[in-house]
Design a protein around this ligand. Structure first.
Ligand SMILES: [Fe+2]
Ligand SMILES: [Fe+2]
Length: 177
C-alpha cells in the first residue's frame, strides 16, 4: 500500500462526519435550537481525528518529507495552501467552541453564529479533501522511491499507535479537572 492509502481512507470517515454536521445544521435552522452535545462530539472528532490524527500525519510526516524534495512550483504552492487551510479550520473550530460555550451560558443569539461556523466547516472539508485526493496525494508519491514509501507508511502506523494512549490519558486528565 502507498502511504497515501490510510490518508484517503481517513478522508472517507471525515466526509461522514461532515454529512452528519450538514444534517445537524438543518435541525438547528428548523428548531432554532442547538444541541451542545452534538457540537462537543463533532468538535472532538475534528480536533482529535481530523486534525491531530489526520492532519498530523500529513504535516508531521508527509509534508515534512516532501520539504526535503525538489518539488515543482505547483506542488509547493498546493502544499502551502493545504497547511494554511489546516490553520484556517483550527481557528474556525475554536470559534465554534466559543460560540457553543456562550450558547450553553444562555446567549441564544449565538445560534446564527453557530450555523455560520458549522456551514463554513462543512463547505471547507470537501474542497480541502478533493484538493488532496485529486490534485496532490497521488502526483507527489513520485518524489519517493519504494523504500521511502514503505518507511513513511510504517511511520504513519507508529504515529497512530501513540495517539490512542494520548487520547485516553487526555480523557483521564479531563475527568480529574
Ligand atoms: Fe489536509
Ligand atoms: Fe487530508
Amino acid at each position: 500500500m502507498m502511504p497515501i492509502g490510510p490518508l484517503m481512507k481517513e478522508h472517507r470517515l471525515i466526509e461522514k462526519m461532515i454529512q452528519l454536521m450538514q444534517n445537524e445544521i438543518k435541525k438547528i435552522k428548523k428548531h432554532n435550537k442547538v444541541n451542545p452535545l452534538f457540537i462537543d462530539i463533532a468538535v472532538d472528532f475534528i480536533r482529535f481525528y481530523a486534525d491531530k490524527t489526520h492532519h498530523g500525519k500529513e504535516e508531521d510526516i508527509l509534508f515534512r518529507d516532501l520539504e526535503q524534495k525538489q518539488l515543482s512550483p505547483n506542488h509547493t504552492k498546493i502544499m502551502e495552501e493545504l497547511v494554511e487551510e489546516h490553520v484556517w479550520a483550527r481557528i474556525r473550530v475554536g470559534k465554534l467552541v466559543d460560540a457553543k460555550n456562550q450558547y450553553t451560558k444562555g446567549k441564544s443569539e449565538v445560534v446564527d453564529q453557530i450555523i455560520n461556523l458549522m456551514t463554513e466547516l462543512t463547505e471547507f472539508y470537501p474542497k480541502h479533501i478533493e484538493k488532496e485526493d485529486k490534485h496532490f496525494f497521488i502526483p507527489v508519491m513520485k518524489y519517493f522511491n519504494q523504500e521511502e514509501q514503505e518507511r513513511m507508511l510504517q511511520e504513519f502506523w507508529d504515529f497512530d499507535k501513540s495517539l490512542i494512549h494520548e487520547r485516553y490519558e487526555q480523557v483521564i486528565e479531563n475527568l480529574k479537572n
